[in-house]
Write a protein that binds this ligand. Structure first.
Ligand SMILES: [Zn+2]
Length: 451
């Protein structure tokens, strides 16, 4: 292994001899969901700012406006010989139905890709399309694309079923920073299998959806602080979102990553660390509404001295850790070159993650990475993420400590690289996205900021 600084070696020892990372994760989870617009979101902001104040670390609060949304009651009935109710929740940013509710035939849209929906296109208009969260015929597609497809084919409502068992309802946003066009609900895999089986035996199956959500424009804020480096005006942004979904603790997604950046800050202060380049930590707000907060930030703030961005989203929870390099060949090669110096075997990939806080930085040409624990079986998708089951008791002490240690070494190695690959021109970013065949979907998601 390449040499680490003496401070980093000392900090590594400290990480494994104390339990504060796991306590920090629990602290954040016990505040509540930290859902955008909620009381626990404010409490999380106060938790972070008082933590930093106690360390004597100065911080900025970056405030912005966004489309807020609050969950109301949700009822989902299948009307067969008798009415059968299935537990369901609204997806985030989905509109309400009228008081009487919305009725229609329910149609199985399988994975929800354009090809799959095109096959049943005559049945969709005015009816309710049910899709699952698993792979489509053409591979994985984000929920927001499936929703947009269903809407574009004329569906009156969208039913999104978990593809993982456990009577868990999936949540997530249907649009980015605006209210969706049609009501959308999440149901469990078990409900989906039951309804699918009924559908296969009957020509038509009617259902009714009643949802009553609230929405208004509101404000939130990012918390931002620096650990100044020797080269002070070369900045590496280290980000992660602190908001979770209102139904959950959001332990792995993403309280634990925030716990990691807070603990790193504490240890850097305690050991008087002066990194080679300046580290700018950003606890991002309003990610779960469609990467809203970081997009606003990257579009409004001068990023000319930001040389790289490392995003932790789901860092803790699984081993190995995956580092995605957003299709940037030189960055991929630079990270591969330090692979053996990282704490333990990571997966280094060229994947482009567009549904997390690194993406707005990618659009600005900044070398960026998303770092997360890779689930042992890729077919499980989000696993417990975005369900009530994303809880702190599933995070092992050893993974929490390893994740913190891993992040520490990764940050030291990247911040002290002799040369970080240059920023890309807009035309080069566009080429990467086009070559990866992401243009069409990003436009569908209203996430294509280029002309
Ligand atoms: Zn996340």
């Amino acid at each position: 292994m390449g040499s680490l600084s003496l401070e980093t070696e000392k900090i590594l020892g400290r990480i494994f001899s104390e339990n504060s990372i796991i306590d920090r994760i629990k602290d954040l989870c016990l505040l509540g969901s930290r859902f955008s617009g909620s009381e626990s979101e404010k409490e999380a902001q106060e938790y972070m700012t008082s933590f930093l104040s106690n360390l004597g670390v100065e911080f900025d609060e970056y405030e912005f406006e966004y489309q807020g949304w609050e969950r109301g009651a949700c009822k989902f009935l299948i009307i067969d010989n008798e009415k059968q109710e299935f537990p369901a929740i609204s997806l985030v940013l989905a509109p309400s139905t009228s008081f009487e509710g919305l009725s229609g035939s329910i149609i199985n849209g399988n994975g929800g890709s354009e090809t799959e929906l095109n096959r049943i296109k005559n049945e969709i208009p005015g009816n309710i399309v049910m899709v699952h969260s698993g792979d489509t015929e053409e591979g994985w597609l984000h929920r927001r694309i499936k929703y947009a497809n269903a809407y574009d084919f004329g569906a009156s409502a969208f039913v999104f079923a978990n593809h993982n068992p456990g009577q868990l309802f999936p949540t997530g946003s249907v649009r980015s920073n605006r209210i969706g066009e049609i009501p959308a609900i999440g149901i469990s895999k078990e409900s989906y299998e039951y309804i699918k089986e009924k559908l296969s035996r009957k020509k038509e199956l009617d259902c009714r959806i009643n949802v009553n959500n609230k929405s208004e424009i509101t404000t939130s804020k990012h918390i931002i602080w620096d650990i100044p480096g020797e080269i002070e005006d070369e900045v590496i942004v280290i980000g992660g979102h602190y908001d979770g979904h209102d139904i959950a603790q959001g332990a792995t997604d993403n309280a634990a990553s925030i716990a990691v950046i807070l603990e790193l800050t504490r240890l850097f202060k305690e050991f008087n660390v002066k990194p080679y380049r300046t580290l700018r930590f950003i606890a991002f707000a309003v990610e779960e509404f469609g990467v809203v907060g970081s997009t606003i930030y990257a579009n409004k703030v001068d990023l000319s001295n930001v040389v790289a961005m490392i995003n932790f989203d789901g860092l803790v929870g699984h081993i190995p850790k995956k580092i995605t390099c957003s299709g940037y060949e030189d960055l991929f090669n630079s990270i591969k070159a330090i692979k053996d110096e990282l704490l333990y075997e990571p997966i280094i990939a060229k994947d482009i993650i567009t549904a997390s806080d690194n993406y707005p930085f990618m659009c600005k040409g900044i070398p960026n990475m998303c770092v997360y624990g890779e689930k042992p079986d890729p077919r499980v998708g989000r696993g417990w993420g975005h369900t009530t089951a994303d809880t702190f008791d599933k995070i092992s002490k050893v993974d929490a400590k390893l994740s913190l240690a891993y992040a520490l070494v990764l940050i030291e190695k990247i911040s002290s690289m002799k040369e970080i690959p240059r920023k890309l021109m807009e035309s080069e970013v566009i080429k990467i996205l086009k070559d990866a065949k992401l243009e069409e979907n990003l436009k569908l998601l209203e996430k294509w900021p280029f002309k």
